[in-house]
Ligand binder design. Structure first.
Ligand SMILES: [Zn+2]
Length: 415
């Protein structure tokens, strides 16, 4: 490994961050990656796209972005969305050493706050030139780490075990690339390494599972001054439900015995005028727990609170409102075995590059959730991204360089 490798990686990450490509619009960045791979000598048939963006299913709404600002127009039947410009990109190389196939991967999409970013180097960091945008180090830094390793191996013909490189789309809007991608293209990897946020020595070995709910509360409209007693207020029903969840410890951080999780009613929208008893309120909520049984318990508590609240509010004629709840699993939780080969290999590589490996548990979802649940145990490593999803996002270059060295070791190591 030489200084030129790290220098090239640094200019690569600057170029990658400057390419627009929020979730679903990753075509330009994928074209750039594929172009670099071909230029470095990747055989044409070794580079493939899986068209995951065309594989969304009717009724599956996990591809729809959470709208900032909490507009609820999406609640209710949503037509099938073709979902994005491009699919996941795969590079598969035969090994020159015996050993199990290894996979290095990273998602390439960025969050909307990174649109228009102009990355610049400032001291030991790369930062956005404009203080109103994010940087996109999440996850163009991961993209660059994985691409740098692939290019170095292609250019120098480095000895390696069988290798697969994977760049995924639409991670930020429901881990869609890893959830629906064609794993058949990957060639059955046995050790998998995902590059995403955090320091280079952090190994994420477990992550929570998340569930999202759309809740529609339907009351009865009536003139609030003339005949309020004929109305059933959807706002009253929603308030009672949320109050009960709060009172009974099912909202926010949840601890029941030794089981833990979180929930949040994050969006509430309804009502048009003070002189009308509110007919409809739309809410969006989520529940998370590492324990899928307990996560279902949280979901049930939310459903029960709304149903109970709907039963308890009646108008003068004894009529009630109703609640319709539509939920879906965003991502399933996972925990890698303590002796999982990818974890042990990652720890060794981190140590060899002068770091102290730290095993971590994530309370957010990662591509590794779906990879692991779908049969490819995947450890996630950081590469120096800090303050992601904010305008103070930056990339710490010391950690980024270390991640590049670790990744190249992982890609060229064999057992
Ligand atoms: Zn990310």
């Amino acid at each position: 490994m030489n200084a030129a490798y790290l220098k090239d990686a640094e200019s690569l990450v600057l170029k990658l961050m400057a390419i627009p490509g929020v979730s679903g619009r990753e075509n330009k960045v994928m074209e750039y990656i594929a172009g670099q791979l071909h230029k470095a000598g990747a055989p044409k048939n070794a580079v493939q796209f899986d068209n995951v963006h065309r594989r969304g299913r009717k009724g599956d709404r996990s591809n729809l972005p959470e709208r900032p600002g909490g507009c609820c127009a999406q609640i209710g039947p949503v037509p099938f969305s073709p979902g994005g410009e491009v699919g996941n990109l795969v590079l598969r190389l035969p090994g020159t050493l015996p050993g199990k196939r290894r996979l290095l991967m990273a998602h390439v999409d960025t969050v909307p706050i990174c649109e228009g970013t102009r990355p610049v180097r400032r001291g030991r960091y790369i930062v956005p030139a404009d203080k109103n945008t994010g940087l996109g180090a999440d996850n163009r830094a991961g993209t660059a780490v994985v691409l740098s390793a692939a290019l170095e191996i292609l250019r120098r013909g480095l000895p390696r075990p069988p290798l697969t490189f994977l760049w995924t789309v639409q991670e930020e809007i429901g881990l869609r690339g890893s959830r629906f991608g064609r794993l058949g293209l990957l060639g059955n990897p046995r050790l998998a390494f995902n590059y995403d946020g955090g320091p280079a020595s952090k190994l994420t070995v477990a992550a929570t599972g998340g569930y999202r709910m759309d809740i529609r509360v339907i009351g009865r409209a009536s003139h609030a001054g003339v005949s309020p007693e004929l109305g059933v207020s959807a706002i009253t029903i929603a308030s009672l439900a949320i109050a009960q969840l709060h009172r009974e410890g099912w909202h926010g951080r949840i601890e029941k015995g030794n089981r833990t999780g979180t929930s949040n009613v994050g969006v509430i929208h309804g009502g048009q005028a003070t002189n009308v008893v509110t007919e409809e309120v739309l809410l969006r909520a989520e529940a998370r727990s590492h324990n899928s049984t307990f996560r279902r318990r949280i979901i049930r508590a939310i459903e029960q609170a709304f149903q109970k609240a709907a039963r308890s509010v009646r108008n003068v004629e004894g009529l009630r409102g109703e609640v319709q709840i539509d939920g879906r699993l965003d991502y399933e939780s996972f925990r890698l075995r303590d002796d999982e080969p990818c974890v042990l290999a990652a720890e060794e590589a981190v140590s060899e590059c002068g770091g102290t490996p730290v095993r971590a548990v994530s309370n957010g979802g990662l591509d590794a959730n779906w990879m692991t649940v779908r049969g490819i145990p995947t450890v996630t490593l950081g590469c120096g991204q800090e303050n992601v999803h904010t305008t103070s996002e930056r990339l710490y270059l010391d950690e980024f360089r270390r991640a590049c060295r670790i990744a190249l070791r992982l890609a060229t190591g064999s057992e």
